[in-house]
Design a protein around this ligand. Sequence first.
Ligand SMILES: Cc1cc2nc3c(=O)[nH]c(=O)nc-3n(C[C@H](O)[C@H](O)[C@H](O)COP(=O)(O)OP(=O)(O)OC[C@H]3O[C@@H](n4cnc5c(N)ncnc54)[C@H](O)[C@@H]3O)c2cc1C
Length: 386
Amino acid sequence: MDFQLTPEEEAFREEVRAFLDENLPPEDQRGPEFLAEWNRKVREKRWVGFSWPAEVGGGGGSLMKQVILKEEMAKRKAPPLGTCFMGLAWVGPAIIEYGTEEQKKRFIPDILDGAYQWCTGYSEPDAGSDLAALKCRAVREGDHYVVNGQKIWTSIAMWSKWMILLVRTGTDPSDKHKGITCLLVPMDTPGITVRPIRNMSGGSMFAEVFFDNVRVPVENRLGEEGEGWRVTVSALAHERSGISEIEGLRRRLDALRELARRTVRRGRPAAEDPEVRRRIASIDTRIEAMRLNGMRFLTRQLKGEPLGSETSINKLHRAALEIEIGELALEMQGARGAVAGGAAAVDGGGWQRFSLSWPEVVIGGGTPNIQKNIIAERILGLPKDA
Ligand SMILES: Cc1cc2nc3c(=O)[nH]c(=O)nc-3n(C[C@H](O)[C@H](O)[C@H](O)COP(=O)(O)OP(=O)(O)OC[C@H]3O[C@@H](n4cnc5c(N)ncnc54)[C@H](O)[C@@H]3O)c2cc1C
């Protein structure tokens, strides 16, 4: 690992710092007007889609500069670069890799501008971890596909204008990975019903989505018919990469340390309790291990080697760390750990909400068991799960 920055990269770091000095007020002064202005300015600088090719409207930036940009942004708790979360995270990269020129022109500028949201229609009631078992069917009729079936756990389906959807087009049951096709579907197409699901923290951010004879033009197919699995695998690799989450975990650990200093357990600050100290030290060490793993993956990418299953390692670490940080915070609070609202709630119930939100990080994009299977089979070369 040699991360000696070139003079140009050092200059870029200074440019980012100067931009942040000039344009980023303290967190309590960041209202909607600031956010609108922020989004406009970072788009103007081509920092949204920083590593995407310049010809589609991205920044054409190098991997190393992207790391510098993300690091500096995270250190200053800057708002995200761009507002179309799924569009930027995996829909856009999939369109850039597999889309037609017409699809790139139609969708990429809107994703960069944050013109609307995308949602992801992959999981079904009987196809989650085993995604290739999906049954939602599309039958071609002339220049349209007619879609029938159901998706579930579709995040932000209620507020999305478009969905990246996986459907079964093939009929050969002997290879379930073949015969899956990816479609880009407007959510206001007749025959689509979105039913929000309430989660355990009381919010509704995902939904069931039903398709009843939904007609999707063939020109909205992403990649070839039957190529949907490949499109998805590359899209999910983007989701699992995880380098940028390390700063977020570090900030969460800082808040945990601060909580330990001001929380009294058995007459003294929790920060003096050897068991609390041991657990905080263990979390700290594992975040550092995650950072070093991230650097290792980065080195491989800088050498032009593709990133594959390795990204599952940090996804697994992150899932475990998020749960442990939340559990320790609530344990330190004692009986008050059970109170999420009102005057008795510690920090306004923020730790309770954090602790109830773990499924998003832990389950979304592949559960820990699935990550372990991937690591065992593809990295350690152990026999395949039956
Ligand atoms: C907050 C949140 C947001 C989500 N957003 C989206 C979204 O926007 N779009 C979308 O398509 N999906 C979304 N999902 C769904 C998510 O991708 C699935 O929940 C996930 O893939 C697991 O599938 P499942 O729920 O069907 O569980 P299952 O696959 O039924 O798994 C149940 C349990 O069995 C274990 N298991 C399954 N197979 C194996 C195996 N081979 N070896 C060992 N253990 C195994 C799992 O680890 C798990 O513990 C979201 C989920 C959550 C929690």
